[in-house]
Structure formats: C-alpha cells, structure tokens
Design a protein around this ligand. Sequence first.
Ligand code: ADP
Ligand code: MG
Length: 302
Amino acid sequence: MSVIVENAVKLYGEQRALNNVSFEIKSGEIVGFIGPNGAGKSTMMKIICGFIPPSSGAVKVNGFDVLENPLEVRKNIGYLPEHNPLYPEMYVKEYLEFAGGIYKIKNIQERIKDIIAQTGLEREQHKKIGALSKGYRQRVGLAQALIHDPAVLILDEPTTGLDPNQIVEIRNLISEAGKSKTIMLSTHIMQEVEAICDRIIIINKGEIVANDRTSEIIQNTANNEVTVLIEFSNDVDEAVLLQIPGVSKVRKINDKNWLLSNDQGQDFRENIFQYAVSKGLSVLSMQKKEQSLEEVFHELTK
Ligand code: ADP
Ligand code: MG
C-alpha cells in the first residue's frame, strides 16, 4: 500500500502552499513529515486523503488516483486531522458507530469492540467525548481513523497539545498500528520522528528540502565540525587549548569545562589526552557531541 505524490502544487489564491512536491511512501513504512508552521504539511495530507484537490500534479494511494478514484482512496486511508474535530455531545461508542457507518462495515458492533480495546478506550466507551481528557480524545480520533482497518494512516500532528505521558501513550499506539500499516505522520517534535519513524520528509515553504533516513539527513546536512565536550581536573587557559593539534575553535563553559572543535571533521580526542598527560592534568570526562536532528532541522528550514 504505497502513497505516491508527483509534482503536487496547491494554490490558495495567489499563495503557493505546495510547490512541485514529489515523494513516495512505500508499503509498511512509517514516515515522519516535519516542517515549520505554514510549511504545507496539513495541505499535503488533506490532498492525499482526497479532502481537497491539488491545483496540479497527481497523488496515488495504492495505485488509485485521488481525483479519479476518491472512494477507493478513502477506503484505503485512515485520517486523523489536525485539531481532531470530534462531536463533544456524542458518546464514544455512538461516534465510532457513526464514523464506521460511512464505510458500510460488516459486523460493526464487533469491529467497534475490537477498536475500543485496541485503542484502550474500554473504560471511556460510555462517556461523552466532551468529558474526555485530550489524550483520550486523541485515542477516539485514532479509533475513528482505524475503524475500517485501512492500510494507510495519515496522522496530522497526533500528539500536539498532549502532556508527556499522553504523548508516550499515543506514540505507542501509533507504533503498534505501524506494524501492519503504512503511516505518514506530521509533527514538530523531533524526538517523535526519531523514536518511531523509518524515514523523514522535511518540508519548508511548500517544498521538500530533505527526504531520507534520520541518520542520513543528519550526516548530509551536518557541517563538518567535530565538537568535544571536555572536563579537566584543573583550570585551563584558552590560549593553551588552542595549541592542541586539531583544535580550531575553543568555547569556554567555565575554567574546567570546555567545548573544543575541529572544523575539518578530524577527531582529535587522542590529542587532548596526550596534551592533558603532558601538562599533568586529568581528564574527568570527554564526550563527542553528535549533531542533532533539531539542529539539522533549523539549518534546513531557516
Ligand atoms: P502546516 O500544516 O505545515 O502548518 P498548512 O498546510 O496548514 O501548513 O498551510 C500552508 C500554507 O497555506 C499556510 O501559509 C496557510 O496559511 C495556507 N493555507 C492553508 N489553508 C488555507 C486555506 N484554506 N486558504 C488559504 N490559505 C491557506
Ligand atoms: Mg498543519
């Protein structure tokens, strides 16, 4: 069950929300879709789900074109929209019956029972949606997206606005669903994509700026700088540290703690040790800093 986007363009009046966006999500992948606010994430997701048409370009879900075969596409896709619009006056079960009714599911009661168990809603199933916490409302949103057992899940910022415990719970549900489904999820939490996604697509101002495994994106975008965080047993001088072979930049944290960098990609940790020995200093700790996805994200979307 793949998703293929080819040269998607979306114009809102004069504004180009998407500019020639192309990418593919292969069957079984969990792909993170990240980008700053206004980058075009929700617009792209709504187009994939067939809720709005692209101005030009093509989107295919499992080979079905979203414009030519919207019903087939809907059958294959579960969608959790941003801000998860629910009906607060409806009961959880009633809402899922309503959501499932659209798909003419056989044995709907059985299916609702299963999905309620799967999303951990047993104790809340007889409550009104309006009475649920945000985390449980998000579970209802996921249950709604999963009700027809779609092969593809499109989740637009599923953990935004949740507290840290709720985030972990929703993430676990997503990972669990990902074992049997193709998933695209947008988020602005970098740890989230690092924790659950096979691959990341970064979008900025309507254009794809990166599309790869996290480690590859970091490697390809990260500058060549090697930075080492070091703690000495005694006070040290900046001028002296600059004499260590391979050290091109020195940043002071305090007299004992320093950040030393090499801008040519050279690992100079051994040189630090030799220097310390020659000066009768002890190295209390030394840590090579890896560039984070967060830093790379800022680099790509600034
Ligand atoms: P994201 O989800 O990445 O925050 P959106 O897809 O919501 O981005 O929005 C992309 C751009 O398109 C934004 O500049 C937004 O203001 C604009 N936009 C989104 N929906 C509409 C709309 N219905 N009418 C006009 N402009 C819109
Ligand atoms: Mg959005």
